[in-house]
Design a protein around this ligand. Structure first.
Ligand code: C6P
Length: 415
C-alpha cells in the first residue's frame, strides 16, 4: 500500500499486503503477536524472492553475463537502501551479515579482540539479549578482560548514573541494546554514546528491536557500530546488516577468510579486498539480501513516524487491557518503551499461557526470550511476551485479553 504523510493509517490496507495474517489458527483468526521474534513478510518481499530465483539467479561480483550483472546490481542496491535507511554517510559502511548475532560477533572479533588488553573493560547492560552477552564473555575469558554490567531498575529502565560511574580509562568498548527485547525499554542511546566517547571508548548498538519500530539515524546517534536483522523488519531470515564507521572498518581485520574478501592470494599471503567486501567471505545470501531491501522500502513508504505512533497507541491499549486482568504481572515499565508487553499470570507457567493462547489463535512468545539475566532480575523462570507490529489491531489485543481470561478459566483462577 502507498501512504503519504497526511493520510490516515489504513491498517486494513496494510494487513492485506501480508498473506500470513489472513488465516485461521485453531479455528480462530490469527492474532500474530510474536513480531519481536520475527515479523511477517509483505507480499512484495515474498515476490522479490520468487522473482530473483525465476529471473536473475546467478552469483554476484563474478560474472560478466547479464544475469550476474542484474543480480549484482540488485544485491548492491540493497547496500544503498540500508545506508539510506540508517542515514549512514557511505554505503561502504554497510556490511551484510547473517543477522544481529553475526554482526556483533564480527565486531567482537574483528574490532575489539585486537585492541583488548588484560584488565580492559567491556560494558553491557542487564537487559541484553544473549547475542550481546556471550560474544563478550568469550573475549573476556580468552583475553582476561572484564565485563561490566549496567544494572536496571524495577521498571526495567537502565540505571544511567551507574553506567556513567562505570566508565573510565579502562573502558574499551560499550555494547548496548537500543530497545530491549523482553522489556521493551528504549535506552537513551545518544547519551550512552556520548559518555562512552568522552572516555575514548567505542559503542555498538544492538538495534534488532529498534529498527522495526523507530527511525534510526546513525549520524544523529553518533554510534560507532549498529546491528540489525532483516527478519524482524519485514525481510527474510538469514540476513542483516552491520553499520560501522569507515575509519573503524578500515582498521579491522577480516574475521572469516574465503572468496570475495580478497584481492590476491598466493601460498605465502593474501591481500584483503576493500571494505565492506573484506568482511563478506564466500558467496553471499543474494536473494535474501535483495528481499531485505524490498522490506525496508515497504517500511519507509509507510513511514516510521506513522508506525511508531500506531504502535504507541496499541501498546497503551494492550497495557490497559492486560493490566486490568487480575493475577497478571507486567514486566517493563520504563518511561520510554516500544512495542513489547511481557507478563506472567500468577500461578501459571508461561508455556501453559502460550499453549492456551495458541488454542485461541493468539501467537505470543514464551520462555526466557534469550535474556536469562532479565528473568533472574525479576525472579521468574519465564515470561509470556506479546510483541506488536504496525499491522496489529485493537482486535488482536482483544483476542489476547480474551485468551488470558481463558487461561484463568482453565486454571480455575476466576473463581
Ligand atoms: N530476538 C526475540 O524473540 P538474530 O537471532 O541474530 O536475528 O537476533 C538476535 C537478537 C539480538 N538482539 C536483540 C535485542 C534481539 O531481540 C535478538 C533476537 C528474538 O526476542 C529471537 S531470540
Amino acid at each position: 500500500m502507498r501512504t503519504d504523510d497526511t493520510a490516515a493509517f489504513d491498517v486494513e490496507a496494510v494487513r492485506a499486503d501480508f498473506p500470513a495474517l489472513d488465516q485461521e489458527v485453531n479455528g480462530h483468526p490469527l492474532a500474530y503477536l510474536d513480531n519481536g521474534a520475527t515479523s511477517q513478510k509483505p507480499r512484495a518481499v515474498i515476490e522479490a524472492l520468487r522473482d530473483y530465483y525465476e529471473r536473475d539467479n546467478s552469483n554476484v561480483h563474478r560474472g560478466v553475463h547479464t544475469l550476474s550483472e542484474r543480480a549484482t546490481a540488485a544485491y548492491e542496491g540493497t547496500r544503498e537502501k540500508v545506508r539510506s535507511f540508517l542515514n549512514a554517510p557511505s554505503e561502504r559502511e554497510i556490511v551484510f551479515a547473517r543477522g544481529t548475532t553475526e554482526a556483533i560477533n564480527l565486531v567482537a572479533n574483528g574490532f575489539v579482540r585486537p585492541r583488548l588488553r588484560e584488565g580492559d573493560e567491556i560494558v553491557i547492560s542487564h537487559m541484553e539479549h544473549h547475542s550481546n552477552i556471550v560474544p563478550w564473555q568469550m573475549l573476556r575469558d580468552e583475553l582476561g578482560a572484564k565485563l561490566r554490567v549496567v544494572p536496571i531498575d524495577d521498571d526495567g529502565a537502565l540505571d544511567l548514573d551507574a553506567y556513567l560511574a562505570m566508565l573510565g580509562p579502562r573502558t574499551r568498548f560499550v555494547s548496548m541494546t537500543h530497545v530491549a527485547n523482553s522489556l521493551g525499554t528504549v535506552n537513551p542511546v545518544r547519551e550512552i554514546v556520548e559518555a562512552a566517547h568522552a572516555v575514548g571508548a567505542q559503542v555498538l548498538l544492538d538495534s534488532a528491536q529498534a529498527v522495526p519500530h523507530l527511525a534510526v539515524d546513525v549520524q544523529a546517534l553518533d554510534c560507532d557500530f549498529l546491528a540489525f536483522s532483516a527478519h524482524k523488519v519485514l525481510g527474510p531470515t538469514g540476513i542483516g546488516a552491520l553499520y560501522g564507521r569507515m575509519e573503524h572498518l578500515e582498521s579491522m581485520v577480516p574475521w572469516q577468510g574465503g572468496g570475495d574478501m580478497i584481492l590476491a592470494v598466493t601460498f605465502e599471503k593474501a591481500t584483503w579486498n576493500a571494505v565492506p567486501y573484506r568482511f563478506e567471505a564466500g558467496t553471499p545470501n543474494i536473494a535474501d539480501t535483495i528481499a531485505m531491501g524490498v522490506g525496508l522500502d515497504y517500511l519507509r513508504e509507510i513511514g516510521l513516524d506513522r508506525v511508531a505512533a500506531w504502535e504507541h497507541d496499541l501498546l497503551a491499549y494492550a497495557d490497559e487491557r492486560v493490566r486490568a486482568i487480575p493475577g497478571v504481572r507486567i514486566f517493563g515499565d520504563a518511561p520510554e518503551k516500544s512495542s513489547i508487553l511481557s507478563f506472567v499470570i500468577e500461578g501459571v507457567h508461561a508455556h501453559d499461557v502460550g499453549t492456551i493462547l495458541d488454542s485461541e489463535g493468539v501467537a505470543v512468545r514464551t520462555g526466557h526470550h534469550c535474556t536469562m539475566p532479565v528473568m533472574a532480575r525479576f525472579d521468574v523462570p519465564a515470561m509470556a511476551r506479546a510483541s506488536l507490529a504496525f499491522y496489529n489491531t485493537r482486535g488482536d489485543i482483544d483476542a489476547l485479553a480474551r485468551g488470558i481470561e481463558k487461561v484463568r478459566d482453565v486454571f480455575r483462577l476466576n473463581r
